[in-house]
Design a protein around this ligand. Structure first.
Ligand code: F3S
Ligand code: F3S
Length: 105
């Protein structure tokens, strides 16, 4: 899977969403999250992010390692909705992200 890391928090450019062929990039309150089971590793999202927030799972910088967990656990309650257009914007974040002071301002 691919992972959205810290540079997306409080930015949410959303250019990635339009590129994803399977609509597996979901929007929370402060950042977006890639569904690890729905992502087909096409990689189309990675180069379009202006903040360089998206990484293949093996390439996530060590300092942002917890974002790999956050992208997965964001879906622990909602499971696999089968497309971000099914949920719209979700009104929560992973607790680690929710607790961050303002980022990337
Ligand atoms: Fe965020 Fe970059 Fe997508 S800032 S919403 S990961 S284009
Ligand atoms: Fe979509 Fe990016 Fe995965 S475009 S399929 S989230 S690699």
């Amino acid at each position: 899977t691919y992972v959205i890391a810290q540079p997306c928090v409080d930015v949410k450019d959303r250019a990635c969403v339009a590129e994803c062929p399977v609509d597996c990039i979901y929007e929370g309150e402060r950042t977006l999250y890639i569904h690890p089971d729905e992502c087909v590793d096409c990689g189309a999202c990675e180069p379009v992010c202006p903040t360089i927030a998206i990484f293949y799972e093996d390439d996530v910088p060590d300092k942002w390692e917890d974002y790999t967990r956050a992208n997965a656990e964001f879906f622990s309650e909602i499971g696999s909705p089968g497309g971000a257009s099914m949920t719209g914007v979700l009104d929560f974040d992973d607790p680690m992200i929710a607790a961050l002071p303002p980022q990337n301002q």
